[in-house]
Design a protein around this ligand. Structure first.
Ligand SMILES: [Zn+2]
Length: 353
């Protein structure tokens, strides 16, 4: 698991490939990958990788010949599922595009510290993040990163591995991919599917997801305060629900919420919510007097409640970007989940980092 953090990389001596050339970018690798030794020697300084299909060559001429003929040079493989502001996400089925899946995995391993399931591409879907510059007359596209997902996950994992390629990191693109992964899992079979990334998370994964979850919860609670709710709403909010027309909104006033309510609305696992809220110091044990009727009726209810104003205070003081990096209108699927809150209403700051 790697997203937007470049710290703590492996020492050069442990890596088989020192640098990669991807398109016209040359950059250092971080970890050892498992390229076949007869094709990529253990002491490769520079590996040339096709930026469209991830086919690799040690020889620059072989690489140049390929890029002229690459079957994916004009359009990515798979199906476009999201498109907004020049960024698109394409779903690539590993069973339909085995070589692509394998070559992408080999390349990704240069920047990811673990993962053993590398050639089992058939049982994975790959979601590649693509940027197309609207001002580029050639409409040439760049793949910036991806996440993978097991087709069948018993643990409801919505993501197996995520990587934003090093030259494109620190642009909030990891959050875009994580947001897409939650949105897509919200649309699966049962519409209110709750999931999260595969465990265990790496240190980088914990850090990236930690911030993503904090913002996701804060965004939900801010929207709840300033808008009507759409999902996971309690009896309190139902009675207060008003038209969403501007000027007729009523404030949602209840201060204590259960972890389950937040989970239903955000599609997040209870454990992830609790971890996140604990780190913010805004969670407290529920006492019968504090818990609103019905809120703790579920048998598996975790006896914890969240003090909403504390989350809002935190969001304010830490400059949380309330604009969701994922835009609902960007999805090209025609079914919206009833179980996942539509959280893209523009509120507050529209600044993207
Ligand atoms: Zn290619």
């Amino acid at each position: 698991m790697a997203t937007d953090d470049t710290s703590s990389h492996a020492k050069p001596s442990t890596r088989n490939v020192q640098h990669v050339v991807l398109g016209n970018l040359r950059f250092q690798t971080w970890y050892q990958s498992i390229y076949p030794e007869d094709l990529v020697s253990k002491e490769t300084d520079t590996l040339y990788v096709c930026r469209w299909c991830f086919r690799y060559a040690c020889d620059v001429n072989t690489h140049a010949t390929h890029t002229k003929l690459c079957p994916h040079r004009t359009t990515p493989p798979g199906t476009k599922v999201y498109d907004n502001g020049g960024y698109s996400v394409w779903e690539v089925d590993g069973a339909d595009h085995k070589l692509f899946g394998q070559n992408l995995s080999l390349f990704a391993k240069l920047f990811v510290d673990h993962k053993s399931v590398f050639f089992d591409v058939v049982s994975f879907l790959y979601y590649i993040l693509v940027f197309t510059d609207p001002n580029d007359p050639d409409k040439s596209y760049h793949i910036l990163g991806f996440f993978s997902k097991e087709k069948l996950s018993w643990d409801a994992n919505n993501l197996a591995c995520i990587l934003v390629f090093p030259p494109y990191q620190r642009k909030q693109l990891g959050k875009l991919l994580m947001g897409v992964s939650y949105k897509l899992s919200g649309w699966e079979q049962d519409s209110s599917r709750i999931g999260g990334p595969e465990r265990p998370l790496s240190e980088m994964g914990r850090k990236s997801y930690g911030r993503f979850w904090e913002e996701r919860i804060a965004r939900y609670l801010v929207l709840l305060s300033s808008n009507t709710t759409t999902a996971g709403e309690s009896e309190d909010t139902k009675t207060q629900k008003s038209s969403s027309a501007k000027g007729s909104r009523k404030k949602i006033t209840h201060e204590l919420m259960t972890v389950q309510e937040i989970g239903l609305a955000t599609g997040m696992l209870t454990e992830d919510i609790i971890t996140t809220l604990r780190s913010l110091g805004v969670v407290e044990p529920a006492s019968p007097s504090k818990t609103r009727e019905g809120a703790s009726a579920e048998s598996e209810a975790v006896p914890l409640v969240v003090r909403r104003s504390k989350v809002l205070d935190w969001a304010k003081s830490s400059n949380v970007n309330l604009r969701d990096p994922v835009r609902d209108e960007g999805f090209l699927l025609n079914h919206l989940s009833a179980g996942v809150v539509r959280e893209t209403a523009s509120l507050g700051s529209d600044d993207d980092e």
